[in-house]
Design a protein around this ligand. Structure first.
Ligand code: TMP
Length: 403
């Protein structure tokens, strides 16, 4: 489907080539019917919006077997606990909260056993069911103008609408912002955190570009979009999650909430590095091409030295890397992962076998390519033995490092 938010056709400035669904982990017998699309990106100068040119149908991405559970990372559990704690400053004891893309309920869980009324919209059935089992009000539907009608008494009455790594997944931003406008109370806030274009550009972490991330936002883009609605940015808080995210805090235009100094500071920084115009795209494309060449060359060099190379964590991000750089089982023998839905399957497009993380130590690789590089601290801490036994980590952003 064509990405149409900006209202006109955006000329793509680069292609990452034929790409499968990032989370489309598959069995051998499914190889011959695997779906591919052309992953191209473009930039709308009108909205300073970085976007996919085309994206696969959302039903292909968020379905009954969506293989991602927020609670698979201890760091993310802690992060959501802190996020919930922080958001209490916007809440009263009888406030209403709606979370978009509430996944397995890791965020909303922090409001259980309080007088706060909370609901989450989660289109993927498996994770939504998991949340329900944990006692979370999880609605197994997309957040949109049709489905919010299920929550009549939340209209103009919701003090916190929030999400994390979700707004960039939603093709129809117009419908999403219209829904938010309908639900938000007079002094309510819409808070969301998403992978940040500034971080992607600075680190060259192009693996944030995949089917689910239809947009990569900047503060300038969000402020231009918000301006189309009864919304404005009142705060911006950089986050370390997903290798560099931004928390956007929006209120109604006439709310009494004060804008923090962060807003102008971050917007000025973005203007300085040209995120408001298409100039940075050329540089970004050049950096991606260089990174691709270097990563492939490094893996070939290691393979020629007879190193046993594995991938660590079958992340959705790694689908872009493996397919864009044309890396397959000839270079990486297997990828270890902790998620039951992925184990025993193969990586999308590149068809590298995925094995249980429990076998990581046992298989004793020489090199582990760290695909979950955004969790580097947590992983290096728990895998000290790998390094002590002579294993090395290969990381690739902003530059290739074997350490
Ligand atoms: P994501 O980057 O697409 O969110 O996926 C993260 C994947 O990484 C998920 O399948 C779980 C896996 N993982 C590990 O295997 N080991 C780890 O230590 C961490 C943090 C994640």
């Amino acid at each position: 489907m064509k990405c149409k938010f900006a209202g006109h056709n955006i000329e793509p400035f680069m292609s990452f080539g034929k790409m499968p669904i990032a989370n489309g982990f598959l069995k051998k017998k499914e190889f011959n019917k695997e779906f591919f699309y052309d992953l191209r990106v473009g930039f709308s100068e009108k909205f300073s919006l970085f976007q996919l040119d085309e994206y696969p149908s959302v039903k292909k991405m968020f379905h009954k077997n969506y293989p991602f559970y927020t609670s698979s990372s201890k760091f993310m559990i802690r992060h959501f606990k802190e996020y919930a704690q922080w958001s209490k400053k916007f809440l009263k004891s009888n406030s209403k909260i709606i979370e978009l893309g509430s996944n397995d309920g890791t965020f909303l869980r922090n409001f259980k056993n309080t007088s706060i009324d909370s609901f989450g919209f989660e289109p993927s059935k498996n994770v939504s069911d998991f949340a329900k089992k944990r006692g979370i009000n999880s609605i197994n539907k997309f957040f949109n103008t049709t489905n919010i009608k299920l929550l009549k008494n939340f209209e103009h009455n919701t003090d916190l609408i929030c999400g994390a790594n979700v707004v960039c997944h939603v093709p129809n931003l117009k419908d999403l912002f219209t829904s938010v406008e309908k639900l938000l109370s007079k002094e309510g806030v819409f808070v969301f955190e998403e992978p940040y274009l500034g971080a992607v550009y600075e680190k060259n972490s192009y693996d944030q570009i995949y089917d689910e991330h239809i947009y990569l936002f900047s503060a300038i883009a969000i402020s231009k979009i918000a301006n189309e609605y009864d919304l404005r940015i009142i705060d911006l808080i950089p986050q370390s999650t997903h290798g560099g995210s931004m928390r956007y805090v929006l209120s109604r235009k006439l709310s009494n909430r004060q804008k923090t100094k962060n807003v102008n500071k971050i917007i000025s920084y973005e203007k300085k590095i040209n995120l408001d115009n298409a100039q940075f795209c050329k540089e970004f494309k050049k950096n991606c091409e260089k990174s691709k060449k270097n990563l492939k060359a490094k893996l070939i060099e290691l393979k020629n030295k007879n190193k046993k190379i594995c991938g660590y964590a079958a992340t959705s991000k790694s689908t872009t890397i493996l397919n864009y750089c044309n890396i397959g089982p000839d270079l990486i023998d297997y990828v270890t992962d902790t998620t039951a839905e992925k184990i025993g399957k193969f990586t999308p497009g590149s068809h590298i076998p995925i094995v249980d993380h429990k076998l990581f130590k046992e298989k004793n690789p020489d090199i582990a390519v760290l695909f979950a590089w955004n969790h580097i601290e947590e992983i290096l801490k728990k895998e000290k033995k790998f390094k002590n036994d002579g294993g090395k980590w290969l990381t690739f952003f902003p530059k290739i490092k074997v350490q």
